[in-house]
Write a protein that binds this ligand. Structure first.
Ligand code: NAD
Length: 359
């Protein structure tokens, strides 16, 4: 065990304070670096498509990955109608464990880290795929992920103007308010998707609706645009008209998962795609011509969450964030679980006063 015999536990406020202390742009850049490093050693990971449990209103998913040294998994949901009951669309938590013993090193909220790693991965892909002179981004869907997307493209690509559209005007107004003080970044609220795309070099679609939506149609897409399609991430949940996909260079995270969940579920099963690791390791180009339309068909892959956990664990240790909890039983004699249970009846428990307060 590397840290202590107890598991480091970060609740949502611990993570928020940690990220706040580091600063969101710095956190996104550090995280992007972790994602890049991990995708560049792609072949070392045991990978699988996530296990998804669908219901009429949403999805709950488990996302495991390991490199043989550490094991990570994320629990995450996607419930686009949750806003109606004042709950987020996406909520997540996850664990980092050591493979040598199986001991859980850290249990943490991953809701904020999901937004950070999604934005970091989007910007990392765009850095390899968008035209290098890209300065204007259209941001369609201005919910929980939106600020992180804008800040990631600002930090990693130097985007200076974000043309923001949402069917909910208050969402766009909130985005503009939240980012009003960011230097050299202007948020321009617009009234239609067409207006958002006018003059845009990059388009991020980050909407939430459990349907085959066509947020973008072929007439809106100009030669040379890079599309960062984030909101289509489940079977039956897409954002782009299929004709846009047929004429573009498409990069995905992990092909077996994206065939089921991404925009490319609308294409033939053998339609050509490139995996992000191939682009980030220089084996395949992200863009072949200035006038090419490029698409990052993002669904979110377990490796990005491993990168986020790896980054969070190091940051939490360095800044003494969170606390240590007895997440798993650790009897002094590991084969005497029963004896340890009996001895626990008499020993004072650290959280006894908390339990009394709850009662
Ligand atoms: P959210 O519910 O907080 O925000 C979604 C926003 O989209 C809302 O403001 C809503 O009004 C807007 N919207 C819905 N339909 C629209 C339309 N037709 N045109 C314009 N705006 C529209 O959700 P969120 O947490 O920001 O997540 C956004 C999407 O991204 C979700 O679909 C989620 O599943 C997905 N997501 C993907 C990844 C990934 O790795 N690819 C990671 C996180 C979230």
């Amino acid at each position: 065990m590397k840290d202590t015999a107890k598991t480091r536990f970060l609740d949502a406020t611990d993570v928020a304070r940690l990220v706040g202390a580091i600063g969101v742009p710095v956190a996104i850049m550090q995280l992007a670096d972790h994602v890049r490093q991990d995708f560049q050693r792609w072949e070392q990971f045991e990978k699988s498509a996530r296990l998804a449990s669908h219901s009429p209103v949403g999805v709950i998913e488990l996302m495991p990955v390991t490199d043989g040294v550490q094991y990570a998994f994320k629990y995450v949901n996607g419930h686009p109608r949750n806003a109606r009951v004042s709950m987020p669309t996406v909520m997540a938590c996850g664990m980092l464990a050591e493979v040598e013993t199986g001991f859980p090193l850290m249990l943490t909220d991953l809701t904020l880290a999901t937004a950070l790693r999604t934005a970091a991965t989007s910007a990392l892909a765009a850095r390899a795929m968008a035209r290098p002179d890209s300065k204007v981004m259209a941001l369609i869907g201005n919910g929980a992920q939106a600020e992180f997307q804008a800040l990631a493209f600002h930090a990693l690509l130097g985007v200076r103007e974000v043309r923001a559209y949402d069917i909910d005007r208050e969402a766009t107004a909130r985005l503009a308010r939240n980012l009003a003080s960011v230097a050299n970044l202007s948020i321009v609220p617009v009234e239609t998707v067409h207006a958002a795309l006018a003059g845009a070099d990059i388009v991020s679609t980050v909407t939430a609706d459990k349907t085959r939506a066509t947020i973008l149609t072929p007439d809106m897409v100009r030669p040379g645009m890079h599309l960062n399609a984030v909101g289509g991430d489940c079977p039956g949940k897409t954002e782009l008209h299929p004709d846009i996909l047929r004429k573009a260079r498409i990069v995905v995270e992990y092909e077996p998962q994206t065939r089921l969940e991404g925009e490319i579920q609308q294409l033939a099963p053998d339609a050509p795609v490139t995996e992000l690791w191939q682009v980030l390791s220089g084996r395949m180009p992200g863009r072949a011509a200035t006038d090419e339309v490029t698409i990052f068909d993002s669904v979110g892959f377990a490796l990005e969450d491993y990168s986020a956990l790896r980054w969070l664990y190091a940051a939490a240790r360095a800044r003494h964030a969170g606390r240590h909890v007895e997440l798993v039983a650790m009897p002094p004699d590991p084969r005497n679980l029963y004896g340890w249970m009996m001895a626990s009846q008499e020993a004072p428990h650290a959280s006894a006063s908390h339990e009394a307060a709850l009662a």
